[in-house]
Design a protein around this ligand. Structure first.
Ligand code: GLU
Length: 475
């Protein structure tokens, strides 16, 4: 029998989509695509108090932006719908009834105060609180107004997690958890098991927060007579510093914020895949196709994966360099500096030079000097170590020599390079000082593309004018 790989991403619509969520979705998607299986999007909206309006649309937009396409989902009907839990309440009721009928679920008769009291008693006796110690002898018939609880069967468990390895627990972690709440909605603990079974999910990939409940889930699978899927628990994503989980305060952003900040979707996919996974080689930059063919669940590490912003930027630069100029040109449409004009040919020339330097598409905004003459700002020289050392007199003399030499030179990249090299010898300067000074005088920007290419693109008029302006602005 051939088994189909069916994976799912099951987010709750509770706000923004952080990298941890995307990683879960991505790994499930990679696994499905690699095995010619299906990837399903299911919205887990049974906690109405936590729901944030608009987040379902936002989630779908994030997945679409990253190219994580699903075969079945709220807006893509398949054979296992509906794909929104709040539209599946009848299905949970049916499954709950099966458990009631087999004596494995019962109406919870206790008030909140009574439960609090049980908890306090356990605390006083210094033992862990277990609801099943208070299982009512003769529970009333369940009428839907009280919670419905699972009647657990405490025992040892050992199971395999594709990432965390072989795990074991004792009966003390098994308890009678709630299946359906008094508001009529199922708990996550119940609903996801019903849905994964109904939707024929083969692999459950999810975050670490669920692993402690796993034995309880195994107990419920047994009671339902359902064969458990393969489990894979993702390691935490750690903040850059401090050895703690990545949180909003560490700058964890919504995935669309990264796109707005000029990160390419393919970078985000590559980077997020690399949070806890590698292919066993030194390779760091992967195309989506490579990820699909190389991803392995058993290569996901167990320990936390560190979120390194510098590495993300580096990787984005690598992916930017891989793009064709035309493709990059399309993608930077919203990132030009305000001063950019509508000359497509010139803008492409600028972009061609900038492509080698960009870490994010947003960095293009620093290239305003290609479109308008920038204002001199000598404070930039003071923050540069080589330039700080040059006094005003030297700066003025050097720039005058540069102006005269470039004026006499034909402004194609090779001739300019020759001229710059000759100037180095003639003025007996260090490259960092002479070239840094010219760069600054032409761009007044801390970063710019190769100097000879920048000069060639700016053209003689602009170069002469800017050098003169720089000389005149020296006190
Ligand atoms: N709704 C759960 C969450 O958002 C899904 C966990 C799972 O993938 O089973 O955390």
């Amino acid at each position: 029998m051939t088994s189909t790989t069916r994976t799912r991403f099951a987010p709750s619509p509770t706000g923004f989509l952080h990298v941890g969520g995307v990683r879960t979705a991505l790994f499930a998607w990679l696994l499905a695509r690699q095995n010619d299986g299906q990837f399903i999007l299911r919205l887990e909206d049974t906690d109405k108090n936590r729901e944030v309006e608009g987040s379902a649309d936002h989630l779908m937009l994030c997945l679409k932006t990253l190219g994580i396409d699903y075969d079945e989902g709220p807006d893509k009907p398949g054979d296992h719908g509906p794909y929104i839990q709040s539209q599946r309440l009848d299905i949970y009721k049916e499954w709950a009834q099966k458990l009631i009928d087999s004596g494995r679920a019962y109406a919870d008769p206790y008030s909140r105060e009574e439960l609090d009291d049980f908890r306090a008693q356990a605390k006083q006796a210094k033992r862990a609180f277990l609801y099943r110690h208070h299982r009512p002898a003769n529970p009333p018939a369940w009428d839907g107004t009280t919670p419905l609880r699972f009647k657990s069967d405490p025992k040892d468990y050992s199971w395999h997690d594709e990432v965390m390895g072989d795990l074991q627990t004792g009966p003390e972690v098994i308890d009678d958890f709630i299946l359906i709440k008094s508001d009529g909605y199922p708990t996550y603990n119940f609903a996801h098991i019903v849905d994964d079974a109904e939707m024929e999910i083969s692999h459950v990939i999810r975050g670490q927060e669920f692993i402690s409940s796993q034995p309880n889930y195994l107990n419920l699978y047994e009671a339902l007579g359902v064969k458990p899927p393969v489990f894979a628990t993702m390691p935490h994503i750690m903040a850059e510093t401090g050895g703690k989980k990545l949180g909003k305060r560490d700058g964890a952003k919504d995935v669309l914020d990264y796109v707005r900040d000029g990160f390419l979707p393919e970078t985000l996919v590559n980077f997020i895949a690399s949070l806890g996974w590698n292919d066993g080689t030194e390779q760091e930059v992967f195309t989506v196709e490579e990820l699909i063919s190389k991803f392995r669940l058993d290569h996901v590490q167990r320990s936390g994966a560190r979120f390194d912003n510098k590495r993300l930027e580096w990787m984005n630069g690598q992916h930017i360099r891989e793009l064709s100029l035309d493709d990059l040109y399309q993608r930077v449409a919203d990132f030009w500096p305000a001063s950019a004009d509508d000359n497509d040919v010139y803008k492409k020339n600028v972009l061609e030079l900038m492509q080698a330097r960009l870490k994010t598409l947003k960095d293009l905004q620093s290239a305003g000097y290609f479109f308008v003459d920038p204002e001199p700002d000598w404070s930039l020289a003071d923050s540069s170590k080589p330039l700080r050392k040059l006094d005003n007199e030297t700066r003025r003399n050097l720039l005058a020599e540069v102006r005269d030499a470039l004026d006499a030179c034909s402004l194609d990249p090779d001739s300019i390079q020759q001229c710059l090299n000759d100037l180095l010898v003639k003025t007996d300067s260090k490259p960092a000082q002479l070239f840094g000074l010219i760069r600054l005088s032409l761009t007044w920007s801390p970063f710019s593309p190769d100097l000879n290419l920048t000069i060639a693109l700016l053209g003689k008029n602009a170069v002469m004018k800017r050098l003169q302006t720089a000389i005149d602005s020296i006190e």
